[in-house]
Design a protein around this ligand. Structure first.
Ligand SMILES: [Zn+2]
Length: 267
């Protein structure tokens, strides 16, 4: 599921492949994924333009293609970007194909069509319209504002971290990793955690989990050995810290992975 580190990886991929090339045409293959724009408008506005820069906010990627024109991509449960220099048969799950004048292509792929394709005139306006909180890596997000935004929730701390209106970018997998690294039990009510536990969560998120996941290009196999995510989904997985069995539980409709020995704080 693409979360902040995955989308940051797509951003860097797009920066390395798709900028400064003339867009010959584009094809929308799944109109149901369009948000607030028709296929003909999107195709007309992209035609003849070049992507100048990209931005990411939370789980959204923005590609600028000229004055007040940004393509907006959200990757849903399984979306991804693929750039091809040569002609190659389209993948059945390609939902948007950008054809560049030199024959290269950028394909936005989404198996279950749960993402979004749209346009905006301004990513900051888009963020306000969609009630997105600050990006989890925003340099201006200091501990005080993080604590203010999340600590009065009556929901489980894991759900609080995933609430995009308060903090943009964290989903199911990285919420688990952040709480594991902070030693906090995922089911603890957010408003019952003390300030020092929140400080550990903030530090784990900002200094450890997100930077390492971006460095590893969101591929769990390249994460540090101390990360729980490396063996996520493996029922035989042992805790990398204490060697004990890893447990799962349902929180907010999602499966949480955690170590009952190492994550006692808050229980
Ligand atoms: Zn443990």
């Amino acid at each position: 599921v693409p979360e902040l580190p995955d989308v940051e990886t797509f951003k860097r991929y797009a920066d390395a492949t798709a900028l400064h090339q003339k867009i010959a045409r584009s094809q929308v293959k799944a109109r149901a994924m369009l948000k607030g724009v028709s296929a003909s408008t999107l195709q007309r506005r992209l035609k003849g333009r070049t992507f100048q820069e990209t931005r990411r906010h939370g789980k959204y990627l923005f590609l600028e293609f000229g004055r007040r024109g940004w393509l907006v991509l959200h990757f849903g449960m399984s979306g991804s970007l693929h750039y091809y220099r040569k002609r190659e048969a389209a993948h059945p799950h390609d939902r948007l194909i950008i054809h560049f004048a030199d024959g290269a292509r950028l394909n936005y792929r989404s198996q279950r069509k749960l993402g979004e394709i749209g346009l905006t005139g301004d990513p900051d306006e888009f963020r306000q319209q969609h009630h997105l909180g600050p990006d989890a890596l925003d340099p201006d997000l200091d501990f005080g504002s993080f604590y203010e935004a999340l600590s009065d929730s009556g929901a489980a701390v894991k759900s609080a971290l995933m609430k995009q209106q308060e903090l943009a970018g964290i989903g199911n997998v990285y919420a688990d990793e952040i709480l594991f690294q902070a030693g906090v039990h995922p089911a603890t009510r957010a408003d019952r955690l003390d300030r020092s536990a929140w400080r550990r969560i903030y530090r784990a998120m900002r200094r450890r989990v997100l930077p390492a996941a971006i460095k590893g290009q969101a591929d769990p196999q390249s994460f540090p050995r101390s990360f729980l995510t490396r063996r996520r989904g493996d029922p035989e997985a042992r805790c990398p810290r204490c060697g004990g069995p890893v447990r799962t539980m349902r929180i907010g409709g999602r499966t949480a992975w955690y170590c009952p020995r190492c994550q006692r704080s808050g229980t």
